[in-house]
Design a protein around this ligand. Structure first.
Ligand SMILES: C[S@@+](CC[C@H](N)C(=O)[O-])C[C@H]1O[C@@H](n2cnc3c(N)ncnc32)[C@H](O)[C@@H]1O
Length: 266
């Protein structure tokens, strides 16, 4: 799995692997805690108009629609036509009315002041200009509307591979190649302040990877580092052997920290 593919998922042969990975990730208890907090602090409630930017195939959008109820509304926008198609299929199967659109976070197809709440999760890290997307979210929010952002900091990735120098090189390669903004949470505070957002609140959770997800993700990191000649074939073999052994013993320890930012639009 290459996270960088999330920049343009329309180019991948099959989105199914990415759907499975996102579903597995969505099941992580600590992420669910942050999502719950995002809904509470992000003003999600019955009767509200809510936008999910970079909604993927609508895992969270459907929960937002549920919370908004018949008097409210939920919209989801994503760059991937495949994800939007899957989101529409799921909403229809669940009897939900959700307005999904394919589009770019930097040019939202909604009028000024359209929404009470706007949220984005794990999308700003992929954008070359995340401030442009924040500007757009500010524009489509009503005055004092609520923004909620959930993003990771890739420098917090950990894995209990015993060769720490090798681990550092593999994780550094991921930091350099996986996303556009590996250390996004730091700059995000200033960006929100510069854009006039008020009452900024920040929370964090260290997400504990489930064994299967950890095994497949951290295996791919070493393969990617090998492809870029950052590690040798024998180092990759040692990595994969140790990871397999840890997995067989249900003993992979892998974490990453996620951050929730909520704030009020000017
Ligand atoms: C890691 S996924 C997260 C999806 C969803 N927010 C979730 O948490 O399940 C990143 C999403 O950002 C979308 N994306 C990437 N660049 C985008 C852009 N410029 N505008 C809108 N969506 C974008 C991808 O298509 C993908 O669905």
């Amino acid at each position: 799995m290459e996270l960088s593919k999330f920049k343009a998922l329309n180019d991948v042969d099959s989105v199914n692997a990415y759907i499975s990975a996102l579903e597995a990730f969505d099941g992580i208890a600590e992420l669910q805690e942050l999502k719950d907090l995002a809904r509470t602090r992000g003003g999600v409630a019955a009767g509200k108009s809510i936008l999910d930017v970079g909604c993927g195939f609508g895992l969270e959008t459907r929960r937002l629609a549920e919370a908004a109820g018949a008097q409210g509304s939920a919209c989801g926008l994503d760059k991937s036509a495949d994800f939007i198609k899957e989101a529409q299929r799921r909403a229809e199967a669940g009897g939900q009315s959700i307005d999904y659109q394919t589009g770019d976070a930097a040019a939202l197809p909604y009028g000024d002041g359209s929404f009470d709440c706007a949220r984005a999760e794990r999308i700003l890290i992929y954008l070359t200009d995340f401030r442009a997307a924040l500007c757009e979210m500010r524009r489509v929010l009503k005055p004092s509307g609520k923004i909620a952002l959930i993003e990771p900091d890739f420098s917090t990735n950990t894995i209990n591979i015993s060769d720490r120098t090798l681990a550092r090189r593999v994780l550094d390669h991921e930091i350099e190649t996986a996303v556009e903004n590996s250390f996004l949470p730091g700059p995000l505070v200033l960006a929100l302040k510069d854009l006039g957002f008020a009452n900024i609140e920040i929370s964090s959770r260290a997400l504990i990877f489930p064994q299967d997800l950890a095994a497949s993700y951290f295996s791919s990191l070493a393969v990617n580092a090998l492809k870029s000649s950052k590690i040798t074939t024998s180092e990759n073999e040692a990595w994969q052997t140790e990871l397999d052994d840890l997995k067989a013993r249900n003993a992979i320890f892998a974490t990453i920290s996620y951050f929730l930012f909520t704030a009020d639009a000017p």
